[in-house]
Design a protein around this ligand. Structure first.
Ligand code: BES
Ligand code: MN
Ligand code: ZN
Length: 501
């Protein structure tokens, strides 16, 4: 939970007292909008002066810090560019406020955000996006920094959203509460994905699921090793057998919708650490593998937000969780595994473990007679080669489900690109010893991985989202810092909110 107060007011900008006021400005506005005039005059035309200078052109995400005299009730103004006024883009606004948030967070204290007015976005929508940009940007993972209590003085205490001339305070307020709940889920997801593997293990997922199951309409089912054996979940058991940590399959059910309505099932890859197993990864590639439970982190966080927001839907979150380790008991290249579905798999590479645990979970998902199943996984290194770190990969034989995912992606700004599932790829996963093999080499590897999953999803509408390239950042950007991004959490929440059950 973000540790600062959030409120909205209709007070005029000039009356705001605090450490900093963030003012978004359009790049094509020749003169200052009326609503900023009084504030500008109060401070000797410092804002209009900056707009006229060459130093600030209000291009998207550009920021400009103005220091005010010590006797002023406001310490600083941060101008931030939001581009053309013709068509205010939500992602542009989100990132622009995020850039300003990074500047303001050093000041701490009380921050105001002066909402811009737009022809194409409603005031309450603008308010929600601005707050989202702010909260996402100021997230830090400092749990393990011994001196993280020392910087109390510069801590953010309150965010005030100022909307003196547009919108209704009540609808702005409810939009802010919603943005807060969504960002809360993203912070939660980032925390667990950033947690090192020695702190967050398969049992930690059980603990989180049990916590959620205390909420109304939520039930948790934890399937342990013995029951996994009885159910024939040999793929999950196989991957887990080299580790000292017991595997679990966690099923969280939320009955927020009409009784008897078929649920939407989300499945998340929960590999708490992926060493590669006996097909051991190189040290540099292994370095980030505490994040290999990103898919599970994302669906758990989205699930949490859906409960929090009280969305009327029946849904299930399925989390197969294991650790992939090399040892004397580990599964081997060449092993043949009979999966829960009955399909046999030849293991060519123990590092292609994600698709194995997902195979059993996806096959188990049939028991819910789902309306649709969406799995989210840090599945392949290949997706980084295909899309860089810009957007996730979407794979689905179902056009309407793929469109729904791409639509949610447009809404939240988390980019997504749909890949083909051409028949020619099927041949690449055939095995001469078993029904299929778990690795088809580097060519089109994200697609052959999806094709593998597709063998276990024949009874329902299904889509797969590969987030291996976007769930963990190697450097700071506007909306996240190096480390877990929480990519996909907002996308899933948006998708579920708009789901027609
Ligand atoms: N967890 C990895 C995929 C991954 C790579 C996630 C980079 C995040 C960043 C997955 O289990 C894996 O090892 N995939 C292999 C499969 C290959 C051996 C067939 C890959 O894609 O390289
Ligand atoms: Mn792997
Ligand atoms: Zn993996």
């Amino acid at each position: 939970m973000a540790p600062f107060r959030i409120n909205a007011t209709k007070q005029s900008f000039v009356n705001f007292k605090g450490d900093c006021l963030i003012i978004p400005l359009y790049s094509d506005a020749k003169t200052l909008p009326d609503r900023l005039r009084e504030l500008d005059e109060r401070h000797n035309n410092i804002i209009s002066g900056s707009l006229r200078s060459d130093e600030f052109s209000a291009n998207p995400s550009q920021t400009f810090v103005l220091n005010l005299p010590p006797d002023s009730p406001l310490r600083k103004i941060i101008l931030c560019g939001i581009g053309s006024s013709k068509d205010l883009k939500s992602e542009g606004l989100r990132k622009s406020i995020a850039s300003a948030a990074r500047q303001s967070e050093k000041l701490g204290g009380k921050i105001g955000i002066a909402l811009p007015v737009s022809d194409n976005l409603k005031p309450e929508v603008i308010a929600g996006i601005a707050l989202e940009g702010f909260i996402l940007a100021v997230y830090k993972f400092e749990r393990y920094k011994s001196n993280n209590k020392g910087s109390k003085k510069s801590q953010l205490k309150a965010i005030t959203i100022l909307s003196p001339d547009a919108g209704n305070l009540k609808s702005i307020d409810s939009s802010l509460r919603k943005a807060e709940a969504i960002c809360d889920a993203v912070w939660f997801g980032r925390d667990i994905i950033n947690s090192p593997a020695n702190a967050f293990n398969t049992q930690s997922f059980v603990t989180e699921a049990r916590k959620l199951s205390k909420r109304a309409k939520v039930k948790a089912e934890i399937i342990g090793k013995e029951e996994l054996k009885k159910l024939g979940m040999n793929a999950i058991l196989g991957v887990a057998q080299g580790s000292a940590q017991p595997p679990k399959l966690i099923a969280l059910e939320y009955k927020g919708g009409k009784a008897g309505k078929a649920p939407l099932v989300l499945v998340g890859k929960g590999v708490v650490f992926d060493s590669g197993g006996l097909s051991l990864k190189q040290p540099l590639k292994m370095l980030e593998m505490k994040q290999d439970m990103g898919g599970a982190g994302v669906i758990l966080s989205a699930f949490r937000a859906i409960i929090e927001l009280g969305i009327k839907i029946n849904m299930v979150a399925l989390i197969p969780t294991v650790e992939n380790m090399p040892s004397g008991t580990a599964y081997r290249p060449g092993d043949i595994i009979k999966t829960h579905s009955g399909i046999t798999v030849e293991v060519l590479n123990t590092d292609a473990e994600g698709r194995l645990i997902l195979a059993d979970a996806l096959s188990y998902a049939r028991k819910y007679k789902p309306q649709a199943v969406i799995d989210v996984a840090t599945l392949t290194g290949g997706i980084k080669i295909a899309l860089g770190r810009v957007g996730c990969g979407v794979f689905s034989p179902d056009d309407s489900l793929a469109e729904i995912i791409l639509g949610a992606s447009e809404n939240t700004g988390e980019k997504a690109w749909r890949f083909p599932l051409w028949d020619e790829f099927d041949r690449m996963i055939e095995s001469n010893m078993a029904d299929i093999k778990n690795s088809a080499g580097p060519e089109g590897s994200s697609i052959t991985a999806a094709k593998f999953l597709g063998r276990f999803t024949t009874d329902y509408k299904w889509a797969h989202i590969d987030i291996a390239n976007v769930d963990y950042a190697s450097s700071d950007e506007e909306l996240f810092r190096k480390g877990a991004t929480g990519f996909g959490i907002r996308l899933l929440i948006n998708l579920i909110e708009n789901w027609k059950q």
